[in-house]
Ligand binder design. Structure first.
Ligand SMILES: *Cc1c(COP(=O)(O)O)cnc(C)c1O
Length: 489
């Protein structure tokens, strides 16, 4: 385990005042003054590198902390040594200047992991972001006319081309897309949704609550497992503004079930002059089955079936930045775009550049499985994953022996982010278990914590008394093995 940053004596190691001579403890007046500390060569060097402001401020807090410990009689005599204090200051300054957001290794087996940042951006998207953010660009400027332009026009053409929609607009995320769609099309009126689709996506995004925030009244029809066309027909009144379908992306109702498909729903709605909106969530723009993955409905299919608006995420299966994409008819998308709330939910230029470059990859579908990191990881051959696991195994085995046994293991991964919840991705990795006689829970937690403390933290999962490291998302084994010398248990 890492030593505490300062040589502090605390807890059970604290000398008992009765049995320990007081000379082992430091007195507050033995601590150096701030200006003297700043003149110590190692500290002066730190000031030269990072400036007086952050170093002096950090030194002030460090000295105050040491003084408080000295007053409390818990500071070891050696801790007042200027060199010891300078070292501690180095660590504090380095920690303070280190970003809180860092790259990690996702060995959880869940490819699109919401807590670990969801989709990875393609190199072309990263390059486009860098090129666009470093200087001015034509975000809202029409280069042909020299007049004010619309930021939507950057991706609208691409989105229409890829989905077959008449119009498209984009907002911050799909939650915002759903909220805006409901507010723009149904504020003060009723929206009919099947009881089987009143989903909670997590992070307090529940369809009924979103409906309320949008100022629309939810009318539930059918039952949890079965909803029929007549259920929708009976619920339509002059107060109805919209019929809505929500793709139940993060769970599956199995057994005696029945749902009304989009084409049937669109026919019912259109006969009464009403629009249909579908929230797809995952947002696959391609036929996942063609890549050997579980089928996922596409916006194209939804539009062909007659849906007037389709909303989906940018950073799930699409493989781009956080974004909410809204595609559909000119009339509905036009109302959505003009709704005042759009201004508050509009996308920033930074993800917009990433989204444009990501969508451009779909213009060359032949290269997609290589060019789009998320799709590349989802379709990574099992033999490849097993080969990575075989490289990791001996290095971890040697480092963790004799306390832990490391074995190759066949695993079942997930796509993640609520997409295709029931399906599993056959994967491979290593399983680490404490050798006999150890209390496995505590010992495994300690190992998981040590892996999280590595320069590039390694995140696995604990299941059945073992720590599992799924190698699907580890394309370069050395990213893990090169760090093992830093592992401190
Ligand atoms: C994920 C999801 C959302 C929310 O999308 P974000 O882009 O995370 O805001 C909404 N609806 C469904 C069905 C989803 O799966």
């Amino acid at each position: 385990m890492a030593r505490p940053p300062e040589s502090v004596v605390h807890g059970s190691q604290a000398p008992k005042s009765a049995s320990t001579p007081t000379t082992d403890l430091a007195r507050p007046q033995q601590l150096p003054a701030l200006d003297k500390l700043l003149r110590v060569p190692a500290v002066a060097h730190l000031v030269g590198a990072h400036g007086h402001t952050v170093v002096a401020d950090t030194a002030r807090t460090l000295l105050a902390d040491l003084r408080a410990q000295a007053v409390a009689g818990t500071l070891a005599a050696g801790a007042v040594d200027t060199q010891v204090i300078a070292d501690a200051l180095h660590r504090r300054v380095a920690d303070r200047l280190a970003p809180r957001m860092k790259p990690v290794l996702n060995l959880t087996g869940t490819v699109i992991h919401t807590n670990l940042g969801r989709a990875l951006l393609a190199p072309s998207a990263l390059r486009h972001v860098q090129a666009m953010m470093a200087g001015p660009n034509n975000l809202e400027y029409d280069l042909a006319s020299g007049q004010r332009g619309d930021r939507d026009s950057i991706v609208e053409g691409l989105l229409c081309e890829l989905t077959g929609a008449e119009a498209a607009t984009v907002v911050n995320n799909n939650a915002a897309a759903v909220l805006l769609t409901l507010a723009a099309l149904a504020r003060g009126k009723e929206v009919i949704v099947s009881r089987g689709e009143l989903v909670e996506i997590g992070g307090a995004f529940r369809m009924p609550d979103v409906m309320e925030s949008a100022g629309a009244k939810l009318v539930e029809v059918g039952t949890t497992n079965r909803t029929h066309p007549a259920d929708y027909e009976r619920a339509i009144t002059e107060r109805t503004a919209l019929l809505m379908k929500v793709h139940t992306s993060n769970y599956a109702v199995q057994g005696f079930t029945s749902a009304v498909d989009e084409a049937t729903l669109a026919a019912i709605a259109h006969a009464r002059g009403l629009p249909v909106a579908t929230d797809l969530g995952a947002g696959a723009l391609i036929d996942m089955a063609a890549y050997g993955l579980p089928r996922e409905p596409t916006p194209q299919e939804m539009l062909r079936a007659g849906c007037d608006v389709v909303t989906f995420s940018g950073d799930k299966l699409l493989g781009g930045p956080q974004a909410g994409l809204i595609v559909g008819s000119k009339e509905c998308v036009g109302r959505i775009r003009k709704f005042p709330m759009k201004r508050a939910l509009r996308m920033s230029k930074l993800p917009l550049a990433a989204l444009e470059a990501t969508l451009m990859l779909y213009q060359q579908p032949e290269h997609l499985a290589q060019a789009l990191p998320t799709l590349r990881l989802l379709t990574r051959p099992l033999a490849d994953i097993e080969a990575t696991a075989a490289l990791v195994l001996p290095v971890l085995g040697a480092a963790l022996a004799p306390r832990y046994a490391v074995e190759p293991v066949a695993l079942q991964g997930q796509i993640g982010s609520g997409s295709l919840p029931v399906e599993r991705l056959p994967s491979a990795g290593v399983a680490i278990a404490p050798v006999d006689g150890q209390r496995s829970g505590r010992v495994l937690d300690a190992l998981a914590a040590a892996l999280r403390q590595l320069p590039q933290p390694v995140i696995g999962r604990i299941a059945d008394g073992r720590l599992l490291l799924d190698c699907r998302c580890l394309e370069d084994a050395t990213a893990l093995t090169n760090q093992i010398p830093f592992l401190s248990l």
